[in-house]
Design a binder for this molecule. Sequence first.
Ligand code: NI
Length: 181
Amino acid sequence: MPVTPVLRMGDPRLWQVAREVDETKLDALPKLLEPMRATMAEYKGVGLAAPQIGVGLRVVIFGMDANPRYPEAEPVPHTVLINPKIEILTQETTNAWEGCLSVPGMRGLVPRPTHIRYRGVDENGDTIDREAKDFHARVVLHECDHLDGILYPSRIVDRTKFGFIEELETAGLIPKLEKES
Ligand code: NI
């Protein structure tokens, strides 16, 4: 399976707004999805957005199985989401540590809304319309941010809660074994 290098922060392509996919031409998508899936699996991410492999289209993939190591993180359905639209359903936000395959080796504490609705289509053109909370919502918001050229460091409010994994672990700020997306 073709693993593709993930663009890292600093590459101007990560700051661009991705284009809508023509939903009448989804036949071409497997060519994009295959390297995305392979790359996400290789890096053990919970999500990946097309711009992260240099493709400026509004396509994200995400998903995480139940993992006894993360009992507090509910499983996230394995999803291909095209042309996503997000609605925020609450004023409430929570802070959690995020990582990103485009910002390797680092973590930051990011506030996100805890309850959203997201809509779009999958690779077959079938409608996706779901509500998501907490971790699931966070994953979707993080990935969809990539489509608008937003990386999580731009969302950090408390700049002292951003740094290299090793230093944050040593400082006791983050637990070990986090996931990237
Ligand atoms: Ni990311």
